[in-house]
Design a protein around this ligand. Structure first.
Ligand code: URA
Length: 256
Protein backbone atom coordinates (compact mmCIF):
# COMPACT_ATOMS: atom_id res chain seq x y z
CA UNK A 1 0.00 0.00 0.00
CA UNK A 2 1.12 3.48 -0.75
CA UNK A 3 1.26 5.71 2.25
CA UNK A 4 -0.40 9.11 2.10
CA UNK A 5 2.83 11.05 1.69
CA UNK A 6 4.06 8.91 -1.15
CA UNK A 7 0.69 9.07 -2.83
CA UNK A 8 0.77 12.87 -2.55
CA UNK A 9 4.30 12.98 -4.00
CA UNK A 10 3.39 10.78 -6.92
CA UNK A 11 0.37 12.90 -7.62
CA UNK A 12 2.52 16.01 -7.35
CA UNK A 13 4.82 14.76 -10.11
CA UNK A 14 1.81 13.95 -12.21
CA UNK A 15 1.80 10.18 -12.05
CA UNK A 16 -1.68 8.77 -12.11
CA UNK A 17 -1.69 5.90 -9.69
CA UNK A 18 -3.93 3.70 -11.72
CA UNK A 19 -1.65 3.81 -14.73
CA UNK A 20 1.64 3.42 -12.95
CA UNK A 21 3.62 0.36 -13.99
CA UNK A 22 6.59 -0.72 -11.95
CA UNK A 23 9.50 -2.48 -13.52
CA UNK A 24 10.21 -6.02 -12.36
CA UNK A 25 13.82 -5.19 -11.67
CA UNK A 26 15.19 -7.14 -14.58
CA UNK A 27 17.17 -4.12 -15.63
CA UNK A 28 19.07 -4.07 -12.39
CA UNK A 29 22.43 -5.56 -12.89
CA UNK A 30 22.35 -5.14 -16.63
CA UNK A 31 25.11 -2.64 -16.36
CA UNK A 32 28.70 -2.82 -17.35
CA UNK A 33 29.26 0.02 -19.76
CA UNK A 34 32.45 1.19 -18.23
CA UNK A 35 34.05 3.92 -20.24
CA UNK A 36 37.73 3.29 -19.72
CA UNK A 37 39.04 5.84 -22.16
CA UNK A 38 36.57 8.58 -21.46
CA UNK A 39 37.50 11.94 -20.04
CA UNK A 40 35.24 11.10 -17.14
CA UNK A 41 37.06 7.87 -16.40
CA UNK A 42 40.37 9.60 -16.77
CA UNK A 43 39.51 12.13 -14.11
CA UNK A 44 37.70 9.70 -11.81
CA UNK A 45 40.98 8.13 -10.94
CA UNK A 46 40.72 5.61 -8.13
CA UNK A 47 44.27 6.47 -7.13
CA UNK A 48 42.94 9.43 -5.34
CA UNK A 49 45.44 11.18 -3.19
CA UNK A 50 45.66 10.60 0.50
CA UNK A 51 43.19 12.56 2.61
CA UNK A 52 42.72 15.90 0.98
CA UNK A 53 44.53 18.81 2.49
CA UNK A 54 41.95 21.52 2.60
CA UNK A 55 44.24 24.41 2.00
CA UNK A 56 43.30 27.66 0.37
CA UNK A 57 42.03 27.50 -3.17
CA UNK A 58 44.65 27.84 -5.87
CA UNK A 59 44.55 31.40 -7.16
CA UNK A 60 45.13 30.20 -10.70
CA UNK A 61 42.10 28.40 -12.11
CA UNK A 62 43.30 28.18 -15.67
CA UNK A 63 43.68 24.87 -17.48
CA UNK A 64 46.89 23.77 -15.72
CA UNK A 65 45.38 24.35 -12.28
CA UNK A 66 42.55 22.01 -13.18
CA UNK A 67 45.03 19.13 -12.98
CA UNK A 68 45.30 19.73 -9.24
CA UNK A 69 41.57 19.71 -8.59
CA UNK A 70 41.62 15.98 -7.85
CA UNK A 71 43.47 16.74 -4.62
CA UNK A 72 41.23 19.42 -3.19
CA UNK A 73 39.00 19.16 -0.14
CA UNK A 74 35.50 20.63 -0.08
CA UNK A 75 36.39 24.19 0.92
CA UNK A 76 39.25 24.52 -1.54
CA UNK A 77 37.16 22.92 -4.27
CA UNK A 78 34.34 25.36 -3.67
CA UNK A 79 36.79 28.27 -3.82
CA UNK A 80 38.39 26.94 -6.98
CA UNK A 81 35.00 26.74 -8.67
CA UNK A 82 34.05 30.23 -7.50
CA UNK A 83 37.28 31.62 -8.98
CA UNK A 84 37.25 29.52 -12.15
CA UNK A 85 38.15 31.15 -15.45
CA UNK A 86 38.82 27.94 -17.35
CA UNK A 87 36.25 28.63 -20.06
CA UNK A 88 34.37 31.58 -21.48
CA UNK A 89 31.30 31.04 -19.32
CA UNK A 90 32.90 32.96 -16.48
CA UNK A 91 32.37 36.11 -18.55
CA UNK A 92 28.61 35.86 -18.51
CA UNK A 93 27.77 34.17 -15.22
CA UNK A 94 26.27 36.00 -12.27
CA UNK A 95 27.91 33.45 -9.99
CA UNK A 96 29.03 29.85 -10.08
CA UNK A 97 26.64 27.11 -9.02
CA UNK A 98 28.72 24.64 -7.06
CA UNK A 99 26.25 22.02 -5.88
CA UNK A 100 24.12 21.45 -2.84
CA UNK A 101 23.17 18.75 -0.40
CA UNK A 102 24.60 16.11 1.86
CA UNK A 103 28.32 15.50 1.20
CA UNK A 104 27.78 11.96 2.48
CA UNK A 105 24.75 11.31 0.32
CA UNK A 106 24.09 7.87 -1.12
CA UNK A 107 22.38 9.45 -4.12
CA UNK A 108 24.01 12.08 -6.30
CA UNK A 109 21.89 13.77 -8.94
CA UNK A 110 23.68 15.33 -11.88
CA UNK A 111 22.01 17.74 -14.26
CA UNK A 112 23.18 19.75 -17.20
CA UNK A 113 23.93 23.34 -16.25
CA UNK A 114 22.49 26.20 -14.23
CA UNK A 115 19.60 28.08 -15.77
CA UNK A 116 18.59 31.65 -15.08
CA UNK A 117 17.14 30.94 -11.62
CA UNK A 118 20.16 28.92 -10.58
CA UNK A 119 22.58 31.55 -11.88
CA UNK A 120 20.74 34.14 -9.81
CA UNK A 121 20.47 32.07 -6.62
CA UNK A 122 23.73 30.10 -6.80
CA UNK A 123 22.05 26.74 -6.23
CA UNK A 124 21.20 23.97 -8.70
CA UNK A 125 17.63 23.05 -9.57
CA UNK A 126 15.79 25.85 -7.82
CA UNK A 127 13.40 26.73 -10.65
CA UNK A 128 10.29 24.87 -11.81
CA UNK A 129 12.34 21.87 -12.88
CA UNK A 130 13.86 21.84 -9.40
CA UNK A 131 10.45 21.79 -7.79
CA UNK A 132 9.52 18.78 -9.85
CA UNK A 133 12.83 17.14 -8.96
CA UNK A 134 12.04 17.68 -5.27
CA UNK A 135 8.66 16.03 -5.73
CA UNK A 136 10.24 13.12 -7.59
CA UNK A 137 12.65 12.62 -4.71
CA UNK A 138 9.72 12.69 -2.30
CA UNK A 139 8.17 9.84 -4.25
CA UNK A 140 11.09 7.65 -3.24
CA UNK A 141 11.05 8.96 0.33
CA UNK A 142 13.96 11.33 -0.05
CA UNK A 143 14.20 15.00 0.75
CA UNK A 144 16.40 17.37 -1.19
CA UNK A 145 18.71 17.60 1.83
CA UNK A 146 19.25 13.82 1.75
CA UNK A 147 20.93 13.84 -1.66
CA UNK A 148 23.67 15.80 -3.40
CA UNK A 149 22.75 17.78 -6.50
CA UNK A 150 25.25 19.14 -9.01
CA UNK A 151 25.55 19.87 -12.70
CA UNK A 152 28.00 19.06 -15.47
CA UNK A 153 28.63 22.81 -15.78
CA UNK A 154 29.02 25.17 -12.83
CA UNK A 155 28.21 28.24 -14.91
CA UNK A 156 25.12 29.12 -16.91
CA UNK A 157 25.51 28.99 -20.68
CA UNK A 158 24.15 32.20 -22.20
CA UNK A 159 20.48 31.93 -23.22
CA UNK A 160 20.49 28.40 -21.79
CA UNK A 161 22.18 27.03 -24.88
CA UNK A 162 23.60 23.51 -24.74
CA UNK A 163 27.01 23.22 -23.10
CA UNK A 164 29.89 23.02 -25.54
CA UNK A 165 32.17 19.99 -25.24
CA UNK A 166 35.13 22.21 -24.33
CA UNK A 167 33.10 23.75 -21.50
CA UNK A 168 32.05 20.35 -20.19
CA UNK A 169 35.63 19.14 -20.46
CA UNK A 170 36.93 22.15 -18.54
CA UNK A 171 34.34 21.74 -15.79
CA UNK A 172 34.54 17.96 -15.44
CA UNK A 173 37.45 17.86 -12.96
CA UNK A 174 35.28 19.75 -10.46
CA UNK A 175 32.38 17.35 -10.85
CA UNK A 176 34.65 14.35 -10.67
CA UNK A 177 36.21 15.63 -7.48
CA UNK A 178 32.72 16.09 -6.04
CA UNK A 179 31.86 12.52 -6.99
CA UNK A 180 35.10 11.24 -5.50
CA UNK A 181 34.51 13.09 -2.23
CA UNK A 182 30.89 11.99 -1.95
CA UNK A 183 31.39 8.39 -3.11
CA UNK A 184 27.68 8.01 -3.86
CA UNK A 185 26.05 4.61 -3.92
CA UNK A 186 24.28 5.60 -7.13
CA UNK A 187 24.30 8.51 -9.57
CA UNK A 188 21.12 9.71 -11.26
CA UNK A 189 21.94 11.62 -14.44
CA UNK A 190 18.98 13.71 -15.51
CA UNK A 191 18.67 14.66 -19.14
CA UNK A 192 20.38 13.81 -22.37
CA UNK A 193 23.33 16.14 -21.92
CA UNK A 194 24.31 14.85 -18.48
CA UNK A 195 23.73 11.21 -19.38
CA UNK A 196 25.62 11.37 -22.66
CA UNK A 197 28.52 13.24 -21.14
CA UNK A 198 28.93 11.01 -18.12
CA UNK A 199 28.58 7.84 -20.17
CA UNK A 200 30.52 9.22 -23.14
CA UNK A 201 27.72 8.02 -25.38
CA UNK A 202 25.79 9.48 -28.27
CA UNK A 203 22.75 7.31 -27.64
CA UNK A 204 19.47 9.17 -27.12
CA UNK A 205 18.23 9.44 -23.55
CA UNK A 206 15.36 7.12 -24.38
CA UNK A 207 17.90 4.37 -24.88
CA UNK A 208 20.20 5.28 -22.03
CA UNK A 209 17.42 5.30 -19.45
CA UNK A 210 15.80 2.23 -17.90
CA UNK A 211 18.97 0.36 -17.10
CA UNK A 212 21.92 0.59 -14.74
CA UNK A 213 25.22 1.77 -16.18
CA UNK A 214 28.59 1.90 -14.56
CA UNK A 215 30.41 5.19 -14.08
CA UNK A 216 34.14 5.67 -13.84
CA UNK A 217 36.77 3.39 -12.50
CA UNK A 218 34.93 3.10 -9.19
CA UNK A 219 32.10 1.51 -11.22
CA UNK A 220 29.47 3.60 -9.50
CA UNK A 221 26.02 2.51 -10.65
CA UNK A 222 24.51 5.23 -12.82
CA UNK A 223 20.89 5.51 -13.83
CA UNK A 224 19.96 7.96 -16.58
CA UNK A 225 16.52 9.48 -16.81
CA UNK A 226 14.60 12.31 -18.35
CA UNK A 227 15.31 15.88 -17.32
CA UNK A 228 12.61 17.35 -15.07
CA UNK A 229 12.27 20.28 -17.49
CA UNK A 230 11.44 17.77 -20.22
CA UNK A 231 8.94 16.08 -17.94
CA UNK A 232 7.21 19.41 -17.41
CA UNK A 233 6.73 19.63 -21.18
CA UNK A 234 6.05 15.94 -21.77
CA UNK A 235 4.01 14.57 -18.87
CA UNK A 236 3.56 11.23 -20.60
CA UNK A 237 7.24 10.52 -19.98
CA UNK A 238 6.67 10.68 -16.22
CA UNK A 239 5.74 7.02 -16.02
CA UNK A 240 9.15 6.09 -17.41
CA UNK A 241 10.87 8.56 -15.10
CA UNK A 242 9.09 6.81 -12.25
CA UNK A 243 10.47 3.47 -13.40
CA UNK A 244 13.95 5.03 -13.31
CA UNK A 245 13.35 6.30 -9.79
CA UNK A 246 12.30 2.82 -8.73
CA UNK A 247 15.57 1.53 -10.14
CA UNK A 248 17.49 4.14 -8.15
CA UNK A 249 15.52 3.29 -5.04
CA UNK A 250 16.31 -0.40 -5.41
CA UNK A 251 20.02 0.32 -5.58
CA UNK A 252 19.82 2.62 -2.56
CA UNK A 253 18.01 -0.03 -0.56
CA UNK A 254 20.21 -2.91 -1.67
CA UNK A 255 22.06 -3.98 1.47
CA UNK A 256 24.99 -5.49 -0.45
N1 URA B 1 18.61 22.33 -15.26
C1 URA B 1 19.75 21.69 -14.94
O1 URA B 1 20.18 20.77 -15.63
N2 URA B 1 20.38 22.07 -13.83
C2 URA B 1 19.93 23.04 -13.04
O2 URA B 1 20.56 23.32 -12.03
C3 URA B 1 18.74 23.68 -13.40
C4 URA B 1 18.10 23.31 -14.50
Amino acid sequence: MLDARRRACLEAIGIELWSRRLTDGSAVGANGRAQPGSPAARHANPKLPPPAVDTAAPPDTGPSALDQVSQLGWDALRSAVADCHACVLHQTRTQTVFGVGDPDADLMIIGEAPGADEDRQGEPFVGRAGQLLNAMLGAIHLARADVYIANILKCRPPSNRDPKPAEAEACTPYLERQIALIEPKVILAVGRIAAQWLLQSDQPIGRLRGTVHSYGTASTPLVASYHPAYLLRSPLAKAKAWEDLVLVSRILNDPS
